[in-house]
Design a binder for this molecule. Sequence first.
Ligand code: NDP
Length: 243
Amino acid sequence: MAIEGKVIIIMGASSGIGEATARILAEKGAKLVLAARREDRLKEIKESLPEAHIVYRKADVANHEEVQQVIDLAIAEYGQLDVLFNNAGIMPTAPLAETRRDEWKNMLDINVMGVLNGIAAALPKMVEQKSGHIISTDSVAGHVVYPHSAVYCGTKFAVRAIMEGLRQEQRENNIKSTIISPGAVLTELYTTINDKEASVALHQAQSEWGLAAEDIAQAVAYVIDTPDRVSVSDMIIRPTAQE
Ligand code: NDP
């Protein structure tokens, strides 16, 4: 099955990579379920695509019950579940010595538990169907550690490990596991950095030489569009100018 008619859930669909992916998949005829905390943004996306099949639900990925409700909505609305795109994430970087425990916990809850909550909620239906595809947005920071980004990198290394474990455990059920690992992309991610100077510096770098969110969305569309026999495990996409 190509993208047209596939039932695809996007967690973290209200801006950036998630929004761009929603727009590209809608254009290709997917049946979408969009989720994030900013419900007003989800509503705007739906209203701007009147021809598309879109339902949406407010959900915090750190809350497993809310994630389950998003999966249940997809099944109730469309009767099946083809793709879960775990894309929600935050990046409040800071030196470890600043001991920003609240930020560490938020990053672990959203970037790691968010992915696990998605897997836990989606797997039963996919196992029953003997088909499905779980895609998670990782990062170059899931392959390389940068100063002041130790905890963020730790969350993205964890996502890479979890998704590889998922691949190994579920290949016999015909369930694919993919991570998309972007370098710098111009999105709203810099607004999740509480240190003003670091936030401005990231935004400047993203604006000068970062990728567009659509560049990553095209990669997500590509991996969804592969035939059943093809499993793309990890796709690293850097701006050409990135180190
Ligand atoms: P944005 O900030 O534009 O998008 C992040 C999305 O995640 C938003 O839709 C946001 O929605 C959602 N989100 C954040 N926290 C939660 C939560 N608790 N529950 C539900 N949704 C949540 O940034 P990007 O598009 O850049 O980020 C998308 C992914 O890409 C992230 O996982 C990020 O780590 C990763 N990434 C980004 C890179 C970049 O340079 N931009 C590089 C490499 C990876 P809302 O706030 O409405 O809940």
